[in-house]
Design a protein around this ligand. Sequence first.
Ligand code: NAP
Length: 313
Amino acid sequence: MINGSNGNHVKVLILGSGPAGLSAALYAARAELAPLVLMGTQLGGQAALTYIIENYPGFPKGVGGAELGELFQKQAEHFGARMEFDTATAVDLSQRPFKVTTEMGEYLADTLIITTGASPVHLNVPGEDAFLGRGVSYCATCDGAFFKDKRVVVVGGGDSALEEGLFLTRYATSVTIVHRRNQLRAGAILQKRARENPKIQFIWNTVVTEIMGQEKVEAVRLKNVETGEETIFETDGVFIFIGHTPNSQLFQGQLQMDERGYIVVDHLMQTSVPGVFAAGEVADPHFRQVVTSAGMGAAAAIQATRFLQTQSN
Ligand code: NAP
């Protein structure tokens, strides 16, 4: 028997292995609760897909996203956290211990920390699904190298679009950012870098209405939202960064959520069910930074520890 757990019955079960989940694991491990992390499909979460993270404190020259995820993992494991490459498929939060069914088995958990993150929003235009992996991508770090000496279109005007667009200039001959307004949402530093990069051009007030090609992407149909004018724009790739949607479907009907599906938590990371906590992007439509997600994860674990103490008194 592991301290803090008994077979498949654990004191703290963490769903997700992004900055929130792995920070929660570190804190729960240091509280000697032997947390179990179901890592899901992406160790390190979305942050691990980022080429370089320049705004996580402690790394003056930046740190690779995947490297940071591995460091988080090692640190949590060093203090006794367990990690499983497994994904929850159903949860029953109607009574404690909570029951979590996974692809590989079943767990009982005295407390649950949900850090399942968020997934990229799709444009929902013709051709988007058909050309996924054949020119359509939601991750420049993953797929950028396939576009060496090619032309790419980036959709969106936020931090992700600009950061990923700048990354793509390493490979592509041209990066055309298509934004539906004439003002960017991204922060000032990224805006300056993008505007100064000779490989980047902008098409304003414009949306992509279709992704076209034979075997792979060859062009996009663009529509100017002010004039209604449509044009065909040749490109080899389309990278889509138009926001994220929380991965909270599994908890629908069991936890309080807002109208967009973000799990509602109080300042102690407590959800509407006592003993269930949520942290990181699944519960945060506002900040969505590595550092804020890590902070929420730590807070959730501290509060889960206190919750378990009140239960045993
Ligand atoms: P975001 O800030 O929500 O930006 C999404 C962009 O996509 C916006 O420009 C939006 O246009 C556009 N958009 C949304 N739906 C669209 C549609 N259907 N068709 C065309 N365009 C559409 O998302 P994000 O860039 O992924 O960033 C999310 C969060 O992560 C933010 O808080 C951001 O600060 C943070 N982040 C930070 C960094 C960093 O600090 N280095 C890096 C990446 C992300 P409108 O502007 O017109 O709404």
